[in-house]
Design a protein around this ligand. Structure first.
Ligand code: SF4
Length: 629
């Protein structure tokens, strides 16, 4: 449910700095796991389940955006299928059959007519996304996902939505029938529909009553479908469609919001039966949305026209394999407020994690709780054993010094190639040899002094984020200073001789940079004592590192100014620490792309950069040398 654009929107608002519902759920599973996954960006090998959920959810939400013909038959093709094909440059497909929508049963008939083409399109997208991944799990392939599995998930979501439509029909269209008939979707943020122009975050609704709405008659099935349509994320809108905390430190992206019965229910779609330990996170995820919903109702950036949405009345998990509707109790005011304080504290801990090698989020795994279908938690008999199960499934189990010895050894063995023999040999082999240094020796923070010159004004960083920058000058030496991320530092104080404390050194486009974030300070030199300063000309900006590749990833997109960007990433582990290595745009060369998890590599003369307070080593296409063993 969009409210407004994110504060300091950049990089399409995907800041690793905000606390999100999924980040919170990972933190509650284990804060250290959050550090590895979110702060350092360590990935797991892609398995089909990671993409099935996303694509099936898109297909369902696209289906819910359908509008049936008012006069005459509705062709048996989902608009989402053709929209999705067009996004891939493919031609539209045409319907071979059609249905006249006259009652709920005919809606059912239409949906069942389009299911085969929905399944086909989901399968096409699954294959496409699978092939785009540069790291997939050994022994898994997208071809193992059979049509029946996709059909079961789609039918589960359809069944739950048709229950809404039927309830709406049986309740005479609910309390908003008159408003829909007079003015169309009456909500401030209308439910997206393929036959209506999209509405961007913060924009006023563009709805007027469609001719399908009647007057003075009992509600029709056509009307019930329209009124029971949930709010979903509109795929035609590029801007983030999330609930953003007014102060910008938290955001949540909901799947469905049902409003037809005069109450609000936030629903989250899960492409499973809800039996795994991951189901534990559902309640917290939805309650996080409850809190964001509450605090954004009076946001000044919200459009004024229309029904604001009101108070929440329910939270639901929709497990598609079943299907099962799991109701989650809303938190009362007092508990919600104390939870919000706790989340704020967690956000502060997240911000600090990793700024210093010794300052990591605590290793505190929660027990892995299995569930009966529908997300019903089963009793944990052996709490310590259940915690070990969480570690066993953790991305970082081989690198985390708090993981149980037995499980870590197993994970280390899996990283050891047969030629190396055993993990002791592997650890010996990974010890960096000159000129490479330990990852933990990457210089993190330093202090400089000089005269800050130039307007503290906007410039674009690697991600196309708008950050503020200026220069610091001593004699003939000039160094650029800039924010580490959008709005991560405040204003520069007045004064000619300033001390910049706890700033992070780096290099970009061949120039030394000093990055400032919330942990940096600028003070008049006269106010600081007993501080060791680094000379501007001696700021470390390069890194020589070696290690085994333990993760691959990458993404691309369009930045805030409309320019496309791409990045390819890998993580190396030197037997002690893990660091992200990233190549942007033209630095993504063949050597980099061909590096696989398990390879041992040396990276010489890489640029030192930063992402959200932790080092990120960057490939310079001219200077950096990569050697793959
Ligand atoms: S291995 Fe266990 S303790 Fe370590 S980060 Fe993972 S879940 Fe946490």
């Amino acid at each position: 449910m969009p409210v407004v654009l994110p504060p300091g929107a950049g990089y399409l608002g995907k800041s690793r700095r905000r606390i999100s519902a999924s980040g919170l759920v990972t933190w509650e599973r284990c804060p250290r796991q959050w550090h590895y996954r979110r702060r350092i960006g360590l990935n797991d090998a892609t398995v089909p389940e990671m993409i099935i959920g996303l694509v099936v959810e898109d297909a369902l939400c696209g289906l819910f955006m359908e509008r049936f013909e008012v006069e005459g038959p509705t062709p048996g093709i989902s608009s989402w299928v053709n929209y999705s094909r067009e996004q891939s440059g493919l031609s539209k497909i045409t319907a071979t059959d059609e249905v006249i929508i006259s009652d709920i049963n005919s809606i059912n008939n239409w949906i069942y007519l389009v299911i085969p083409s929905l399944v086909k399109e989901v399968q096409r997208l699954l294959k496409k996304r699978w092939n785009e991944k540069n790291w997939t799990a050994i022994g898994r392939d997208i071809s193992e996902v059979k049509d029946e599995r996709i059909e079961t998930l789609l039918k589960g979501g359809i069944e739950l939505q048709l229950e809404e439509v039927e309830n709406c029909f049986n309740n005479q269209g609910g309390p908003y029938l008159g408003q829909y008939r007079a003015t169309g979707d009456p909500f401030t943020v209308p439910a997206p529909c393929w036959d209506e122009e999209p509405v961007k975050p913060g924009e006023s609704s563009n709805r007027i009553a469609n001719s399908g709405f009647q007057t003075d008659k009992p509600v029709s099935a056509w009307e019930a479908w329209e009124i029971a349509r949930p709010w979903v994320k509109d795929p035609r809108v590029a801007e983030p469609q999330r609930l953003f905390h007014p102060e910008g430190w938290a955001a949540g992206e909901m799947d469905l919001v049902h409003r037809w019965d005069g109450k609000i229910r936030i629903c989250d779609i899960k492409a499973s039966a809800g039996t795994s330990g991951y189901s534990t996170g559902l309640a917290n995820q939805l309650r996080f949305y409850q809190w964001l919903w509450k605090i954004t109702r009076t946001h000044p950036g919200r459009p004024e026209v229309g029904i604001n949405g009101g108070e929440l009345s329910g939270l639901e998990g929709w497990y598609l394999n079943g299907p099962h509707r799991k109701n989650i109790d809303l938190l009362d005011e007092e508990t919600l407020s104390s939870e919000a304080s706790r989340w704020n504290l967690i956000h502060q801990q997240m911000t600090l994690s990793g700024l210093h090698p010794t300052h990591l989020a605590p290793a505190d795994p929660a027990p892995w709780v299995t569930h009966a279908p529908g997300g019903k938690a089963l009793t944990v008999e052996d709490e310590e054993g259940a915690k070990e199960l969480t570690c066993e499934r953790c991305t970082a189990v081989a690198f985390c010094d708090a993981s149980p010895e037995k499980i870590r050894s197993k994970a280390l063995s899996a990283l050891t190639s047969p030629e190396i023999g055993n993990s002791e040999n592997l650890l010996k082999e990974l010890i960096p040899k000159p000129p490479c240094t330990n990852i933990s020796s990457i210089p993190r923070r330093l202090n400089v002094k000089g005269e800050v010159k130039g307007h503290w004004g906007p410039l674009s960083n690697h991600y196309g984020e708008e950050v503020r920058g200026a220069t610091i000058v001593v004699g003939d030496t000039i160094v650029v200073i800039e924010e580490m991320g959008s709005e991560s530092f405040g204003e520069i104080p007045a004064g000619s001789e300033l001390a910049l404390l706890d700033v992070a050194p780096g290099l970009w486009r061949g120039m030394t940079r000093l990055y400032l974030d919330e942990h940096s300070q600028i003070k008049p030199v006269s106010e600081v004592e007993d501080i060791e300063f680094t000379r501007l000309g001696l700021i470390p900006t390069k890194a020589n590192l070696s290690g085994q590749v333990v993760s691959r990833g990458g993404t691309n997109g369009v930045n805030a100014s409309g320019k496309p960007w791409s990045m390819s990433t890998l993580h190396i582990w030197d037997g002690e620490s893990v660091v992200e290595v990233v190549a942007f745009g033209s630095a993504i060369n063949r050597t980099f792309e061909e590096i696989r998890v398990g390879d041992q590599i040396r990276i010489l003369s890489a640029e030192l950069g930063w992402r959200d307070g932790v080092p990120q080593v960057r490939i310079d296409q001219r200077q950096t040398r990569i050697q793959v063993k």
